[in-house]
Each structure stands twice: as structure tokens, then as C-alpha cells.
Design a protein around this ligand. Structure first.
Ligand SMILES: C[S@@+](CC[C@H](N)C(=O)[O-])C[C@H]1O[C@@H](n2cnc3c(N)ncnc32)[C@H](O)[C@@H]1O
Length: 207
């Protein structure tokens, strides 16, 4: 099963699954780090059912929500049917369906460990940022819970912070920081013999 097929299959349950994996504190930290201002345009990459998008809309931002999974985007559209400040786009993180220098902020929460080529995805996120705009990526620190690959289609077992920092700098960002969110992503294996608790980092930089 591909990552897209996996997320298409779990789309209806994703909000419940997400609550068990990680808390709203992750989104609060990501949005605080970006220092968002109302009326600006943000892109949410690997937006899923709209966890980050929702927090941005609540703060008065316009959002372009991109995801590879039509079913995940469909769930978000259904949830936000009364909201007209979200533009839904089906697409890949490594080839974003967004024009150059369009967004004031770009967010990607728990998407990077699913993409085939993380540094290419980061370069794409920087391409769509306006000069002075901010990229904020929240994801997993490096870990060794292999069952997450088989059970949740994770492609990467998290990342080393130094590696993420280098990708941000190589993509042309300034003031790059990779900090601790102070939260973990938690998941039990399906047969109950393993329990993953992985710390979450927030990486940020300015174009
Ligand atoms: C773990 S979920 C996180 C969803 C959402 N950001 C959240 O925090 O609830 C990962 C999302 O990234 C999407 N995704 C994975 N690889 C992708 C890619 N290469 N391009 C676009 N979206 C991708 C998946 O379809 C899924 O919706």
C-alpha cells in the first residue's frame, strides 16, 4: 500500500488518530514560531484534514492547503464547508501546485517523514515563500521504531536536527533554528508489543 493509499484509507478516522498521536500544543508552537499576522497567506503542506490550517484560519489567515490524498482533503473540505478562506489543492510536496513567492508562511506538520525526498520538498517550500516569509516544519526526531514504516507508511524514521538545519540553509533560509516542541508523538504497535514515544522538533527559517 502506498502512502497515498494509506491516507486515503484512514482519512475518515484521521482526526481521532491524530489526537492519540500528538496534541494541539504542536500546532500552537508552530504557529507561535511563525509569528503569523491576520490577513496574510499561508500554505499548509501535507495538510491532511486541516490540523494546522484550522489554527491559521482561526487567526484570520488565508490558507492554501496541499495534500497528496484526495480523501484527506475531502474530509477537510467537509469540516470547513462554511469557511471560504481555504483553497484546497491536490499535489505533491516535491512539486507544489503553488506559484513562486506566493505565501507569507509555509507550514508542514508531520509531512516530511512521509515524503520521498525531504531536501527537495524543503526547496519547494522555500520556492513558494515570499522574500521575508517564514518556513516552519514540525516533525519527528530520529528514532528506531521500524513498525511505524509498516503500520503508518512512514518513509523516514525521523530526522537528525543538524540534517534538517542543513537542508534549510542549503535551500537559502536565514536565521535557521531547530528547537524542541516539548511534545512527543506516541503510537502503540498493532500487536501491542511496542510503544513509540518520539520527541517533536520545530524547524524554522526566513527567506
Ligand atoms: C501524518 S499526516 C499529517 C496531516 C496534518 N498535517 C496533521 O498534522 O494532521 C501526513 C499528511 O501528509 C500527506 N503527504 C504525505 N506525503 C506527501 C507528499 N509527498 N506530498 C503531499 N502530501 C503528502 C499525507 O497524505 C497526509 O495527509
Amino acid at each position: 500500500m502506498s502512502s497515498r493509499q494509506y491516507f486515503d484509507a484512514v482519512a475518515r478516522e484521521w482526526d481521532k488518530m491524530r489526537q492519540a498521536f500528538y496534541s494541539q500544543a504542536v500546532r500552537e508552537k508552530a504557529i507561535a514560531v511563525a509569528e503569523v499576522k491576520p490577513g496574510k497567506l499561508a500554505a499548509d503542506i501535507g495538510a491532511g484534514t486541516g490540523f494546522i490550517t484550522e489554527g491559521l484560519v482561526q487567526r484570520g489567515l488565508w490558507v492554501i492547503a496541499v495534500d497528496q490524498s484526495e480523501a484527506m482533503l475531502g474530509e477537510m473540505k467537509h469540516k470547513f464547508q462554511d469557511i471560504d478562506t481555504v483553497d484546497y489543492r491536490l499535489g505533491e510536496a516535491e512539486n507544489l501546485p503553488i506559484e513562486d513567492e506566493a505565501a507569507h508562511y509555509v507550514f508542514a506538520n508531520m509531512c516530511l517523514h512521509h515524503v520521498e525526498n525531504p531536501p527537495v520538498a524543503i526547496k519547494e517550500m522555500v520556492r513558494i515563500l515570499k522574500p521575508g516569509g517564514r518556513l516552519v516544519v514540525t516533525d519527528l526526531d530520529e528514532h528506531n521504531f521500524e513498525f511505524l514504516k509498516a503500520e503508518h507508511r512512514d518513509r523516514w524514521l525521523g530526522f537528525q536536527r543538524e540534517e534538517v538545519k542543513r537542508w534549510f540553509i542549503e535551500a537559502g533560509l536565514k536565521g535557521v533554528k531547530v528547537e524542541c516542541v516539548g511534545e512527543s508523538c506516541c503510537s502503540e504497535s498493532s500487536c501491542g508489543d511496542e510503544y513509540a514515544s518520539v520527541s517533536i522538533f520545530v524547524a524554522s527559517g526566513e527567506k
